[in-house]
Design a protein around this ligand. Structure first.
Ligand code: ATP
Ligand code: MN
Length: 463
């Protein structure tokens, strides 16, 4: 037996009179005089297939089991539907119950569940309207990303998930070890002897693929990586996950201007793609989750992004006469309240902030001639703040080495990164985009835990 791709999505567009087999899970069942209505969904579309069962048409035993949550196959004939919003419905002739769902205990009842409750039943929440829509959008977004880069000739690179070079500096890392915690090998000074560990040295889960992807940019010109990254920060916010997905393009022969052009074209492309691929799902988010979603998305697609330097942005924040939770001064890292003020109130559209103080940005960002700032850019978006962080990379060997030394980083660990500047260096630039941050943007969902199938956050790694 194999499901031949007769998805409910396609059945809904079928011709009246056609005989079809529909497979799916019962969302709801309503009995009225002489007839039962069953809403069937197989995840292929937001819209359910309405199955109409006339009294006595199907065996009683099967009808008893056809309750919310049950999985069934219905064979029948497509007939014109008198109900609004659907051209056809399925008049049942035969039903096969693959698996029942005891109505007394099935946790996903009709509606009114909180997001928190649904998170606790992540094995079933995927069958709800909301999470059906979320994960169809997530799928479309992943396709959009690959299409965008493929159309531009970028090479897709798989960067490693386990890394033994503690040199990314983007955030706290998870250790990876096979050492016996109850019986750790120690060296003479009492420290853990990692030479006895699996890789012969400390290893971690990656926080970013950037340094690796730079290697590929300096061979294949335009490349990107799209994979999971891990941060062991204890930041329990609606915007942070311990495991999240990141898209990181890297381009040789490219400066910060080119980087910003790509970032803007990229965001517009993926938003437009998902708007075209998932209109019903976005309509649902706009109606039930956040009624500004569609308007903001169109606004992003239709307007040019604003550009402002960090120095100018700080001036705007200082001028605002607001009381900030986090103080504003030249040299301060911008917090979410500042980012949102700039995009939501000053510019009312996405803003790219450039040329940050070197002290608050990573060592690999290209130094500006002023000696104070670096060629960094962050894209800030209304509603969520920072969505992209990028930079032109320091391609000058001496300048980079000097920075590594001044910041007292482990020079040896960066040997290959430095050699890229010694042998055939080139100007290059790139950025990182948090996949789930875009998901928040597209769906209007409030919590990042609800746009990834199985969220991992401090204290929580269920399913
Ligand atoms: P933030 O200030 O929001 O913590 P960051 O400065 O740590 O972000 P980067 O290291 O620049 O972020 O990572 C690149 C992108 O990855 C960010 O712009 C954001 O979209 C996303 N991102 C960063 N940390 C997380 C996280 N913990 N969970 C989900 N997405 C994240
Ligand atoms: Mn962070």
């Amino acid at each position: 037996m194999i499901h031949q791709g007769e998805y409910i999505r396609d059945i809904l567009r079928g011709e009246v009179g056609k005989t079809v087999h529909a497979h799916g899970w019962v969302k709801t069942r309503r009995d009225s005089k002489g007839v039962s209505f069953v809403q069937l969904n197989d995840g292929s579309s937001f819209q359910d297939l309405q199955v109409v069962i006339e009294e006595g048409a199907l065996p009683e035993e099967a009808m008893k089991q056809t309750t919310t949550g049950a999985c069934v196959r219905v064979t029948g004939e497509l007939v014109a539907s008198p109900a609004a919003g659907q051209a056809v419905e399925l008049k049942a002739k035969e039903i096969l119950v693959y698996g029942g769902a005891d109505p007394a205990t099935y946790p996903l009842q009709k509606k009114g569940h909180t997001m928190e409750f649904l998170r606790d039943i992540a094995h079933l929440r995927t069958r709800s309207n909301t999470f059906g829509a979320v994960f169809r959008v997530r799928n479309a977004l992943a396709h959009a990303i690959h299409n965008f880069y493929r159309e531009r000739g970028f090479v897709y690179v798989h960067t490693p998930i386990i890394t033994a070079s503690d040199c990314e500096g983007a955030g706290a890392m998870f250790g990876v070890t096979t050492l016996d915690m109850m019986n750790l090998p120690r060296n003479d000074s009492g420290a853990v002897d990692y030479s006895k560990d699996f890789f012969g040295k400390p290893a971690y889960l990656t926080v970013s693929g950037q340094l690796n992807v730079e290697i590929f940019a300096l061979s294949f010109t335009n490349v990107y990586t799209f994979g999971p990254t891990f941060r062991a920060e204890n930041s329990n916010t609606p915007r942070h996950l311990s495991e999240f997905w990141m898209i990181e393009p890297e381009m040789a022969f490219c400066d910060l201007e080119g980087d910003m052009e790509l970032a803007e074209a990229f965001l517009k492309y993926i938003i437009k793609y998902v708007m075209e691929a998932c209109p019903d799902d976005l309509e649902f988010f706009n109606k039930r989750i956040d009624n500004t979603v569609l308007a903001t998305l169109s606004q992003v697609v239709e307007n040019n992004f604003e550009h402002v330097t960090y120095t100018e942005a700080i001036r705007l924040l200082e001028k605002s006469n607001r009381t900030w939770e986090f103080p504003v001064f030249w040299g301060a890292d911008m917090q979410s309240e500042h980012e949102r003020y700039l995009t939501e109130e000053v510019f009312k559209k996405p803003v790219i902030v450039t040329d940050y103080p070197k002290e608050i940005k990573a060592f690999y960002m290209r130094a500006n001639d002023d000696g104070k700032t670096v060629r960094a850019m962050d894209v800030l978006a209304p509603r969520i703040g920072e969505i992209i962080g990028g930079s032109q990379r320091e391609e000058r060997y001496d300048v980079l080495l000097d920075k590594i030394r001044k910041q007292e980083l482990n020079e040896e660990a960066y040997w290959w990164y430095l050699e890229l500047r010694k042998y055939g260096s080139a100007p290059h630039a790139g950025f990182g985009l948090g996949f789930e941050r875009v998901m928040l943007y597209l769906t209007g969902m409030k919590n990042i835990r609800d746009v990834i199938p199985f969220p991992r956050t401090p204290g929580s790694a269920d399913f």
